[in-house]
Design a protein around this ligand. Structure first.
Ligand SMILES: Nc1ncnc2c1ncn2[C@@H]1O[C@H](COP(=O)(O)OP(=O)(O)OP(=O)(O)O)[C@@H](O)[C@H]1O
Length: 325
């Protein structure tokens, strides 16, 4: 199967603060995105995610490496860019003094699409986002979440196969984030779009991405399906309640000293622990016995992607540094 986006040995550099030396902020990164995939570009702050997104959408020129969009090389940029639309971080690709409709019309016009051609479609997307009433509202008067939805609507109205989203959940509340997750999944499933999401929102990746590339300080540290990454680590997470409800602080500290992952979740009132193998599970139970902590109930809990992300980044600490050129 041919990838719709093929990124090969991509490198980008910026001058350092003093403007003297170049620092490589994206270092030999390669990955492929298949059609109709939701693909995550995950990494901590400053990892290089936005720089990669900017290079794919043509806003930043790579120092070296290749980007192929539907097999068309970056060098033939104009031709390849017709396949993608981009939603930049912080809704920077909207004009705040124009209405929702004017924004759609303006950006469609830039691609040679007349508003009347996409009017029905635009109404449909706005309905999906619950924004039909806001069509004539200035974008600057809308909430952050609404603006984000408008930015995605604009991208959808351009009718491209691929949509690049840079930090789509940044600054959104839980409810809007959940709505957005549903809509993005729907866009892929029903409208057969390919979606590339740059984010450090682990939950977003875990819940909606098929595959993910993790970038740390400019370097790719892993590329795999979210499922495989979760399986790769034989860590089991347990949630438990204890007799008497709570463990005293002294005991808790002693347990944490041996099992640093042991923690109390005040929302659920449960204790959580991550155990990596059978031996340590028995050692954990022995320790509780010694501390006279009696388990009331214990159940396997979901291991979240955040944990895996942390482990991968920690493993990468030694060899990943921003390279000076
Ligand atoms: N225009 C620029 N000039 C100089 N340095 C830059 C520029 N843009 C980005 N950088 C640097 O490149 C590195 C990667 O930045 P980038 O924005 O790509 O990371 P990111 O993973 O998207 O981070 P975040 O999650 O914080 O948005 C950072 O060290 C950043 O300071």
């Amino acid at each position: 199967m041919n990838p719709i986006i093929d990124v090969q040995n991509l490198t980008a550099s910026f001058k350092d603060k003093k403007g003297k030396t170049f620092i490589r902020v994206v270092n030999d990164v390669s990955f492929q995105v298949q059609e109709e995939e939701i693909f995550g570009l995950l990494g901590p702050n400053g990892a290089g995610k936005s720089s990669i997104i900017r290079m794919i959408c043509g806003l930043l020129i790579p120092k070296s490496g290749g980007i192929f969009i539907k097999g068309i090389s970056y060098q033939k940029r104009m031709e390849s860019l017709k396949y993608i639309s981009t939603v930049l971080e912080g809704n920077r690709n909207l004009y705040w003094r124009m209405t929702v409709k004017e924004n759609i019309s303006y950006f469609a016009g830039n691609r040679g699409i007349q508003f009347k051609e996409i009017k029905d479609q635009a109404d449909e997307w706005l309905r999906l986002f619950g924004l039909e009433e806001k069509k004539s509202e200035l974008v600057g008067n809308l909430s952050r979440g609404m603006q984000q939805k408008v930015a995605i609507t604009v991208a959808l109205c351009l009718n491209t196969k691929v949509i690049l989203l840079d930090e789509p959940t940044l600054g959104l509340d839980v409810k809007t984030t959940n709505e957005l997750k549903k809509i993005l999944t729907k866009i892929r499933n029903e409208f057969k779009k390919t979606i590339i999401i740059s984010t450090h929102d682990m939950k977003l990746v875990e819940e909606i991405c098929d595959r993910v590339v993790i970038i740390d300080r400019g370097k790719k540290i892993v590329e795999d399906t979210v499922e495989k990454l979760m399986e790769l680590f034989q860590i089991k997470t347990y949630a438990m309640s204890v007799k008497g409800g709570e463990i005293s602080e002294k005991k808790l500290n002693r347990i944490v000293r041996q099992f640093p992952e042991f923690s109390y979740d005040s929302t659920s009132g449960l204790y959580r622990v991550d155990i990596s193998n059978t031996t340590s599970f028995y050692a954990f139970i022995e320790l509780l016995k010694k501390e006279k902590v009696y388990i009331d109930s214990i159940e396997p809990d979901r291991l979240d992607f955040e944990k895996i992300f942390t482990i991968l980044c920690e493993r990468n600490q030694v060899d990943a540094v921003h390279v000076q050129e």
